[in-house]
Write a protein that binds this ligand. Structure first.
Ligand SMILES: NC(=O)c1ccc[n+]([C@@H]2O[C@H](COP(=O)([O-])OP(=O)(O)OC[C@H]3O[C@@H](n4cnc5c(N)ncnc54)[C@H](O)[C@@H]3O)[C@@H](O)[C@H]2O)c1
Length: 299
C-alpha cells in the first residue's frame, strides 16, 4: 500500500464498475478509507442491485483496505446526502468526493424522448450536484476538501448523445462554480474527461480515439485528491491512457463594438462576419469528413 492519501476519507460514486471501481481501489491502496457508492444499474440506468457496490468493498477489504458500500441512486438528494453522511458516520470526515456514476441513452435529437433526456441529465449532472452539495457543506466547515467531477470530450457536442453531452457540459460549469465559490474555504474542484476501456466505451470505435485503462484515470484522480494538488482548482483534464491534457478556459475570441448608431440587423450583417466571424468547430469538420468517407465507400 502507498501513502498518497493516508488518513483521508474519500467517497466515489459509480464505484462498482469501470473507472469508478479503479478509482475506489486506487484510493484504498493509497491509504484512504473509501465509501463505495453504486446503484448497480445496467448501462441505460435500469435494474438496480446493491451487490455491485458490495463486491468492490469486499475487493478492497481483501487487499487490506477499509471501505463501506452505499447502494443509493446519486440522482436523488437523499442519495447524495447518504453517501456523505456514511463517510462522516463511519470515518468522521470527508476529504474527497469523486462523482463518476453515469448512464447512456443514445438517440438522435429529433427522436429523443423525455425518458431518454431526463435520467441521463439527472444521473450525471444532478448526480454530481447532490454529492458536491452535501460534501461542500462539510468541507466548508473543515476548511479543506477536494471535489472531482467526471465530464467527457463529448461536452464539445455529440451527434447522437445530446442528453449526455449537455450533462457533461453542465458538469464543467458546475465544477468551475464550485472552484470559485469554495476557494476561500480551501476546497478545490476539478473535472476529468477520461477515455478508458469499460462497458460504456465498448461501442466507441477504438481506431477513432486514444484510449487507455481505468487504472490510468485512477492514478490521476488519486493525485488530484492528494496534498500534492492543493493548488489545482477549476481545471478540466483529459486522461486517455498515457496522455494527460489540460483544457483551455473558455473566453471570448474576437469582438467588435457598435458605433454611436448602435446595432441594426443590417449593420450586424455588414460588420460582424468580417470583424468577429466564427470559430470553426473541430468536431463538425470531423463529422463532415466521416460522412464524406461513408458516401465514398458506398459508391
Ligand atoms: N469509459 C470512457 O471512455 C468514458 C469516456 C468519457 C466519459 N466517461 C465517464 O466516466 C464515468 C465512468 O464511466 P465508465 O466507463 O466507468 O462506466 P460504467 O458503465 O462502467 O460505470 C458506471 C457506473 O455508474 C453506476 N451508476 C449508474 N447510475 C447510477 C446512479 N444513479 N447512482 C449511482 N451509481 C450509478 C453504474 O451502476 C456503473 O457501475 C461516467 O461518468 C462516464 O460518462 C467515460
Amino acid at each position: 500500500m502507498g501513502n498518497f492519501l493516508a488518513g483521508k476519507v474519500v467517497a466515489v460514486t459509480g464505484a462498482g464498475r469501470g473507472i469508478g471501481r479503479a478509482v475506489a481501489l486506487a484510493c484504498a491502496q493509497e491509504g484512504a478509507k473509501v465509501v463505495v457508492n453504486d446503484y448497480g444499474v445496467a448501462i441505460d440506468g435500469a435494474g438496480p442491485s446493491s451487490e455491485v457496490a458490495e463486491a468492490v468493498v469486499k475487493e478492497i477489504e481483501a487487499a487490506g483496505g477499509t471501505a463501506t458500500a452505499v447502494a443509493d441512486d446519486v440522482s436523488t438528494m437523499a442519495g447524495g446526502q447518504r453517501i456523505v453522511d456514511t463517510a462522516l458516520a463511519q470515518y468522521g470526515r470527508i476529504d474527497g468526493v469523486v462523482c463518476v456514476a453515469g448512464i447512456l441513452r443514445e438517440r438522435m435529437l429529433f427522436n429523443m424522448s423525455e425518458e431518454e433526456w431526463d435520467p441521463v441529465v439527472a444521473t450525471h449532472l444532478k448526480g454530481t450536484f447532490t454529492v458536491f452539495r452535501a460534501a461542500a457543506a462539510v468541507m466548508r466547515r473543515q476548511g479543506s476538501g477536494t471535489l472531482v467531477g467526471f465530464t467527457s470530450g463529448n461536452h464539445q457536442g455529440s451527434v447522437s448523445q445530446a442528453n449526455y453531452s449537455a450533462a457533461k457540459g453542465g458538469i464543467i460549469s458546475l465544477v468551475r462554480s464550485a472552484a470559485l465559490g469554495l476557494h476561500k474555504y480551501g476546497v478545490t474542484a476539478n473535472a476529468v474527461a477520461p477515455v478508458a476501456r469499460t462497458r460504456m466505451s465498448a461501442n466507441v470505435p477504438m481506431e477513432l480515439t486514444e484510449i487507455g485503462e481505468p487504472e490510468d484515470v485512477a492514478a490521476f484522480v488519486v493525485y488530484l485528491l492528494s496534498e500534492r494538488a492543493r493548488e489545482v482548482t477549476g481545471q478540466v483534464y483529459t486522461v486517455a491512457g498515457p496522455k494527460i491534457a489540460v483544457w483551455a478556459q473558455p473566453g471570448e475570441l474576437r469582438s467588435v463594438h457598435a458605433d454611436e448608431g448602435g446595432w441594426t440587423p443590417e449593420r450586424v450583417a455588414e460588420v460582424v462576419p468580417g470583424a468577429v466571424g466564427v470559430d470553426p468547430m473541430p468536431l463538425l469538420a470531423q463529422v463532415s469528413a466521416m460522412a464524406a468517407a461513408a458516401r465514398g465507400a458506398k459508391r
